[in-house]
Design a protein around this ligand. Sequence first.
Ligand code: ADP
Ligand code: MG
Length: 211
Amino acid sequence: MVKSARFPVIKTLDTFDFSLQPSINEKLVRELMTGEYLDRKENILLVGNSGTGKTHLASSLGFAGCMQGRKVRFFTVKVLVTHLLEMTEQRQLERTLRQLERQDLLILDEFGYVPFSKTASELLFEVVSRAYERQSLIVTTNLPFDSWTEVLGCERLTGALLDRLTHRVHIMKANGPSYRLRESKRRLKQNRPDTDDPPDHERDDRQVYPN
Ligand code: ADP
Ligand code: MG
């Protein structure tokens, strides 16, 4: 079950530090972990900049779903759309969409980093449209709603997609700092040799990394 969900990495809430993202409602996240939103076919939208824990939260929710025996499938939006385009070429689109429909939860990670072709936008719309009131979606994005048209290219399609996605939705915004950035700054401070350190010849060993 967990394997077929294809999470990039297994993440759970045990390792999520809510104090770093005060805009994320911990109580809501914990309630969502029970999976009842899946029975109600509600969606979850995680909005925030890079490194704010969106994928971590989405994966934790997905993992919890798996543990409860739900069928979960994780995709980055880019991988999903590329796959659907390929399946269209192979005349397998309908079959693939039906496979997706059999999931209880689809996680669509990273909406917004790449602009879509017209066909790609229509394919994503098809997935969201078929999921409407039948399955739950978790979508993560760095983009506010008014920028979604720039990715999808068409205002009407964006409106229709957002309409379905947000009809029954829990929206969570992560406004805190990037965890990745925070970690690499900390490593530098701790004078721990790491990939973020400058190459040896650029290093000033006198003062730059105090002990
Ligand atoms: P995003 O998807 O928003 O770009 P990620 O979820 O990939 O961010 O987070 C980047 C890394 O930082 C991951 O390893 C993740 O586990 C970790 N991380 C992010 N936010 C937190 C947090 N609040 N507590 C603990 N780890 C976090
Ligand atoms: Mg991410």
